[in-house]
Design a protein around this ligand. Structure first.
Ligand code: F6P
Length: 560
């Protein structure tokens, strides 16, 4: 589908005004805070259960106004509404982008019909099927082929069919039903499957093969490897007699996919398959049937609460006024740093061990979405796009890479995320350990914003030659996100927040944030190269000198 030619946003008045503003302001958070006692209050925004303090960013009221002008000029609101309405804003694949429909409440009016499909009815039909299945596994009604209840659910998937489920499972693990755990296999490195199932009992293991396309090499290979492991294990235990293979696979394998015909070809009973639709992008799919492992292990109630959290943020993004619209503001801030401060990366630093996979999840969400050089009209982008997202939980990161954020030569905007209440309240004598933890969270953004001057260093009696090394420049921008606790609802809100932040950035840059053509070439070449790796001299000879040399090294050193 062709789309009208996009104007160059960097040639428009809003961009030019921002560029001029950037040369005029000399960020100085110390004096900005001193001059404006209301700064923190004015720049704190609430969205659902999340409170976001944006005041430690390198912005003034004028910056915010100019960024909002930019959003208006880029038509962010118009495109947002088009997305929610199911217009085909994924132009390179000519698809609607409707992950927001996955979390609409059952009876919301008016109903959403897109391309002739009653989206609400379909979403809730699948959810009901997933919940029914989850209840049966949880209650022990659904058993393995030998009649034993399921104890371990293994999700086999990769990318969006893995990162969401594993991140959410790790985040909400304390809610898992006692006696039921989840594991995840994603990598085609055979180590992943081998080590994940090594200590499992095939009789009590259920595999969920999660793949939107059901054509992904890694997932299908791992699914076959696990099917062999299952059947071999059952056979060894004497639990597989006669022609019971099919029954065993049916009891131990279910699938999640948009391609239900391919599920049947794999040998999984379509009765035990949960569908979704091509208008759900892989990295936007954790709240679809791709979350079946979560519904089983954490329970349908937790999953419902999780979906409600997403919806809360969707409604905020859709209805909150621009000045108080958190995804809009955070997306614009990211553009501000990437395009006007030359920031090449963005740190996400959760102060919650349960969010240890959140940065990895965000890497796919943001970088697969906005790592593009071409706009949705096919023309080249006109400015930098797609910063690198990265991070680790605090306080671990403090003892690893924070040095560079505090004193390095690069500007790295950072999002700090924390929760008022811990999952495991713990005391160390008189001290509440969560308070020590949070003190670090508060201290880091303070240090980054306000730094430490040479005078302050000297006042501590520091020897003059060491003073420069101990100075902190400050003015290193952060956003602090706080919520009462890491609940399913709050996690849904957080994910939806970043989905919409990604959308806002993509829209400003003119990017189709919903395709991912950039992953295709490598996949295609891997298929072409495979015969050479297996020893085919002719295919080896066709390779460039570097690739040929590397494969030859492998062929010389492999132990057979
Ligand atoms: O590698 C790209 C990608 O298509 C991701 O976007 C997607 O999440 C992942 O592969 C897995 O795809 P599938 O769910 O179809 O197996």
């Amino acid at each position: 589908m062709s789309s009208p030619q996009l104007p160059d946003i960097t040639a428009g008045p809003a961009w030019k005004a921002l560029a001029a503003h950037r040369t005029e302001i000399d960020p100085d958070l110390r004096s900005w805070f001193a001059a404006d006692p209301r700064r923190a209050e004015d720049l704190t925004v609430e969205a659902g259960d999340l409170v976001a303090d944006l005041s430690k960013n390198l912005i003034t009221a004028e910056t915010v106004g100019l960024l909002l002008d930019l959003a208006r000029e880029a038509g962010v609101e118009r495109r947002r509404d088009a997305m929610f309405a199911g217009e085909h804003i994924n132009v390179t694949e000519d698809r609607a982008v409707l992950h927001t429909a996955l979390r609409r409440p059952r009876d919301v009016e008016p109903r959403l019909t897109v391309d002739g499909q009653d989206v609400d009815a379909d979403v809730h039909e699948v959810l009901a099927k997933v919940y029914d299945f989850a209840d049966r596994v949880r209650s022990g009604e659904w058993t393995g082929v030998t009649g034993r209840p399921i104890e371990t659910v293994v999700n086999i998937g990769i990318g969006g069919s893995d990162l969401g489920p594993v991140m959410v499972y790790e985040a909400l693990k304390p809610l898992a039903q006692p006696g039921l755990t989840a594991r995840f296999i994603s990598n085609i490195d055979p180590t992943d499957a081998a080590e994940t199932v090594a200590d499992l009992d095939p009789e009590t293991t259920l595999f969920i093969v999660a793949s939107k396309t059901f054509g992904t090499l890694e997932t299908l290979t791992n699914a076959r490897v696990c099917r062999s492991w299952l059947l071999d294990g059952l056979r060894e235990a004497g639990a597989l007699v006669g022609e019971a293979e099919e029954t065993a696979v049916a009891k131990h394998f279910v699938a999640v996919s948009t391609a239900l015909d391919k599920v049947a070809d794999f040998g999984i009973d379509p009765e035990n398959a949960f569908g979704f639709w091509n208008w759900v992008g892989g990295r936007y799919s954790v709240d679809s049937a791709i979350g079946t492992s979560l519904a089983v292990v954490l329970g349908p109630d937790a999953f419902e609460e999780f979906l409600a959290g997403f919806h809360t943020m969707d409604e905020h993004f859709r209805a909150a006024p621009a000045k108080r619209n958190l995804p809009l503001l955070m997306g614009l801030l990211n553009v501000w740093y990437v395009n006007f401060f030359d920031a090449g990366s963005h740190a996400v630093l959760p102060y919650d061990q349960h969010l240890h996979r959140f940065p990895a999840y965000l890497q796919q969400l943001t970088m697969e979405s906005n790592g593009k050089s071409v706009r949705w009209d096919g023309s080249q982008v006109t400015t930098q796009t797609g910063e690198i997202f990265w991070g680790e939980p605090g306080t671990n990161g403090q003892h690893a890479f924070y040095q560079l954020i505090h004193q390095g030569t690069r500007l790295i905007p950072a999002d700090f995320i924390a929760f008022a209440n811990p999952v495991h309240p713990t005391r160390d004598g008189e001290t509440d350990v969560h308070e020590v933890f949070l003190a670090n969270f508060f201290a880091q953004t303070k240090a980054l914003a306000f730094g430490k001057t040479a005078e302050e260093v000297r006042a501590e009696g520091t020897e003059e030659s060491v003073v420069p090394a101990r100075v902190f420049s400050g003015d290193r921008p952060t956003t602090s996100l706080i919520a009462p606790a890491l609940t399913p609802a709050v996690l849904g809100q957080l994910i939806a927040l970043y989905e919409h932040v990604t959308f806002v950035q993509g829209t400003i840059w003119g990017i189709d944030s919903f395709d991912q053509w950039g992953v295709e070439l490598g996949k295609q070449l891997a298929q072409e190269i495979l015969p050479a790796v297996a020893g085919d001299r002719e295919v080896l000879g066709d390779q460039d000198a570097s690739t040929r040399g590397l494969i030859s090294y492998y062929l010389e050193h492999r132990r057979r």
